[in-house]
Design a protein. Structure first.
Length: 183
């Protein structure tokens, strides 16, 4: 039984040991390229949340105004996706020597990858903000509520937007709407 395990180990280690230094570096670079968007997405969940706010406004009115402005912005600047490609990356080969024996490995290309961009997204966002400003709302960045704060503050909230305090926070409800909670 131990001979089989040694045999499998030797095959796996031989394959891994066969990678050149440039192939290992290329793999690390590719891994880091994919790690950056994931890290950005995780960190985006930690920062302040932009919320439309007008003190004393009815929460249902805010939802209706937001929806009408989003629809208007979408009509004026519809989704316009463009497919783009990052340039390929070339990793040059090299010469490797061990115990007096030298060999060369050829260089290789790594595909840059294909991605999609909505070219109207920025314009659509500005149109929405302009529409909401005309209705008397301003965009305010608020921190996210902790679970404990949601439990304490949610019961006492009214149907109108409360005055903002330094302790105000935002909670995303089960219906994906944002709620401003104050102590």
């Amino acid at each position: 039984m131990t001979e089989a395990a040694r045999g499998v180990k030797s095959i796996v280690l031989t394959v891994i040991a066969g990678h050149s230094g440039s192939m290992t570096r290329a793999h690390r670079r590719l891994r880091s390229l994919f790690a950056v968007p994931v890290l950005a997405a995780v960190l985006a969940g930690c920062g302040p949340v932009p919320v439309y706010y007008r003190e004393g406004a009815d929460v249902q009115r805010l939802k209706a105004d937001t929806l009408s402005c989003q629809v208007s912005a979408l009509e004026k600047a519809p989704v316009a996706n463009e497919i783009r490609q990052r340039p390929p990356v070339y990793y040059p080969g090299g010469q490797y020597c061990r115990d007096g024996n030298c060999w060369s490995r050829p260089g290789y290309w790594v595909d840059g990858g294909i991605y999609t961009v909505d070219v109207n997204q920025g314009l659509r966002r500005r149109l929405e903000q302009s529409c909401m400003a005309k209705k008397g709302y301003q965009e305010v960045p608020l921190r996210r509520c902790t679970t404990a704060e949601v439990g304490q503050r949610l019961a006492g909230q009214s149907r109108r937007l409360p005055p903002l305090t330094g302790d105000a926070c935002v909670w995303k409800g089960p219906d994906n709407t944002l709620h401003v909670l104050t102590p």
